[in-house]
Design a protein around this ligand. Structure first.
Ligand code: ZN
Length: 167
């Protein structure tokens, strides 16, 4: 396994769309393993392939307290959304920024597992929010896109300042 480099907003590569995985093979399994290790190391509760510069529709998630419940979704698709929930979100690609976003409270998702087998999952609250956030990444979308123009500009400025400091 390896720790991958996470792209930071406003890097334009975060705007790329990931392509469907045609075959869940050794390369995809290695990517998912590396993404899990990278997510745990960060630490975070979700990571999408686009964030590490890979254009495959793969996300990894673990919302458990003790990092004991890794979930890998290949080609995830939301089949159904229900309700509304407003939660404060953060993102490994937008470090130190936390803002409230409204999303569906409950989702039904279809995906492939690492054996290439299809499965469906019902999720609510934090897990549902996390799944929606990560699938957005696969379409080049970030949680800051849900904020007002003014707030987004503030985030952008803060990120640029942070970057200057770390260079
Ligand atoms: Zn994110």
């Amino acid at each position: 396994m390896a720790i991958l480099n996470i792209l930071h907003y406003p890097d334009e590569r975060l705007r790329r769309r990931a392509q469907p995985v045609e075959r869940v093979d050794a390369r995809i399994r290695k990517l998912a393993d590396d993404m899990l290790e990278t997510m745990y190391d960060a630490p975070g509760i979700g990571l999408a392939a686009v964030q590490v510069g890979a254009l495959d529709r793969v996300v990894v998630i673990d919302v458990s307290e003790d990092k004991s419940d890794p979930l890998v979704l290949v080609n995830p698709e939301i089949l159904h959304r229900e309700g509304e929930i407003k939660m404060e979100e953060g993102c490994l690609s937008v470090p130190s920024i936390y803002e409230s976003v409204t999303r569906a409270q409950r989702v039904r998702v279809r995906a492939l597992d690492l054996d290439g087998a299809p499965f469906e999952l019902e999720a609510e609250d934090l897990l549902a929010v996390c799944i929606q956030h990560e699938i957005d990444h696969l379409d080049g979308k970030l949680f800051v896109d849900y904020l007002s123009e003014l707030k987004r500009q503030r985030v952008r400025k803060k990120m640029e300042k942070l970057r200057r400091k770390t260079l």
